[in-house]
Write a new protein. Structure first.
Ligand SMILES: *Cc1c(COP(=O)(O)O)cnc(C)c1O
Length: 418
């Protein structure tokens, strides 16, 4: 079935061919490390890119390929590579392009793990420059003759600033540079970065795509449009694959050699989770909007951050780019670290843990956890404050969430004055 004539939720369910063996309505989990063949010639053909088929699950597998097809379709790309984690997808997406001596220009306030990855890449001679402000001119200022890629997230976490994907893609292309976008927090439900000019999209599919927080995984999608020239020597031998050069290099080179493949079981869990991505995101965005407004009304001293607010600096951009949805992460500054901890400890519904995109509401104190290794200045750059709680809003009944936050804040206030 061709998915393109359908809208988002139908594509999620019926977008790819679902004629599985024996009439199964789900893709079988091909829990097999390797695949046997009728004869030696067949396997020779597969190894030499002359025949379609599977040889070894580190390279590809039918269950994983089914997941990749769905993501390619949803993001509007030409091919995807599923990886063991979001970090593995980021590593593959970047290192497929970069070599020693190259530079990256990246947005500030990135996911902490990504900042650490850029730090690790220094040992391989790759330097990253972070913009001070998430606007095209700030990126442009940091471009040198060594820059080879621009990197940004759709919504910074926990800063909650919004990247103007089209403007930054236009700026990057004016310098003949590719743009990689991490679309984890928004998913193709809110935005398809490739359609706005991005060249590669990366997901930690551990988050909203999986939805149930039952499988760590990542995926990268390529749009097929970037022209790789001599500045990207590693890609030159793959130019014979035309628009598929970038994906071909991964499958025949880095991805296969570093071995960060997804497990078939986790690919299956992601496919299952994907079916409800639209419903979950819709509900989570609505709940986040309600809860953000409620928290703002609860205490005039709270500083609540949510791109859905009309007075959020990126509100207009978010409205246009994400179709009047603003994601499901809210942050609230409550006055002090002690008060933040006390409120978190008194909440009955949200789990205290470092994750986002679960069906369940999650709370975290970024300054003492995911941003603890950053200097004070870096924390402020990333929008992290000592008194800030990050909320990843789930699909619960929002009235229950409101009541829970009310009791946690009220009992906290009573203890405070006692
Ligand atoms: C979680 C996350 C990652 C890393 O993904 P893992 O699946 O945990 O490896 C990367 N980017 C963003 C925005 C994330 O939230």
């Amino acid at each position: 079935m061709q998915g393109t004539e359908f809208s988002f939720n139908t594509v999620l369910l019926h977008g790819v061919d679902t004629y599985y063996p024996n009439g199964a309505t789900h893709v079988p989990i091909y829990q097999s490390s390797a695949f046997r063949h009728e004869n030696a010639e067949e396997l020779e053909g597969i190894f030499n890119n002359k025949a379609m088929g599977f040889s070894y699950t580190r390279i590809n597998n039918p269950t994983i390929e089914d997941f990749e097809k769905r993501i390619t379709l949803l993001e509007g790309g030409i091919g995807s590579v599923a990886c063991a984690s979001g970090m593995s997808a980021l590593f593959n997406a970047l290192m497929n392009i970069l070599q020693s001596g190259d530079e990256v220009v990246a947005s500030a306030g990135l996911y902490g793990g990504t900042v650490e990855l850029f730090d690790d890449l220094k040992a391989f001679g790759i330097t990253t420059r972070f913009v001070s402000e998430n606007v095209p001119a700030a990126y442009e200022k940091l471009i040198t003759d060594k820059t080879r890629v621009i990197f940004a997230e759709t919504i910074g976490n926990p800063k909650l600033d919004v990247t103007d994907i089209k403007s930054i893609a236009d700026m990057a292309h004016a310098h003949n540079l590719p743009l990689i976008i991490d679309n984890t927090t928004t998913t193709p439900m809110l935005v398809k970065p490739l359609s706005l000019g991005a060249d590669v999209v990366v997901h930690s599919s551990s988050k909203y795509i999986n939805g149930n927080s039952d499988a760590i995984s990542g995926v990268l999608v390529y749009g097929g449009k970037f022209k790789w020239d001599e500045r990207y020597p590693g890609l030159l031998p793959y130019r014979k694959f035309g628009p598929f050069a970038y994906i071909a290099k991964l499958r025949n080179g880095l991805f296969r050699s570093t071995g960060g493949c997804l497990s078939p079981q986790n690919a299956f869990l992601n496919i299952l989770g994907l079916e409800t991505l639209g419903l979950r995101m819709e509900r989570q965005c609505e709940n986040a909007w309600e809860l953000a407004q409620y928290l703002r009304g609860l205490d005039s001293d709270f500083i609540v951050n949510y791109p859905g607010f009309f007075d959020h600096p990126d509100h207009r951009l978010a409205s246009e780019q994400f179709g009047n949805r603003y994601g499901a992460i809210v942050t609230v500054r409550v006055g002090s670290k002690e008060r933040a901890f006390s409120i978190m400890n008194k909440l009955k519904i949200p789990f205290i843990l470092s994750n986002i995109g679960d069906t369940k509401t999650l709370v975290l104190h970024p300054a003492s956890t995911i941003a603890a290794h950053l200097s004070k200045e870096e924390q402020l750059q990333s929008g992290v404050y000592e008194d800030m709680i990050r909320i990843s809003v789930g699909i619960e009944d929002v009235e229950d969430l409101k009541k829970d936050f009310l009791q946690a804040i009220k009992t906290e206030d009573i203890t405070k004055t006692a």
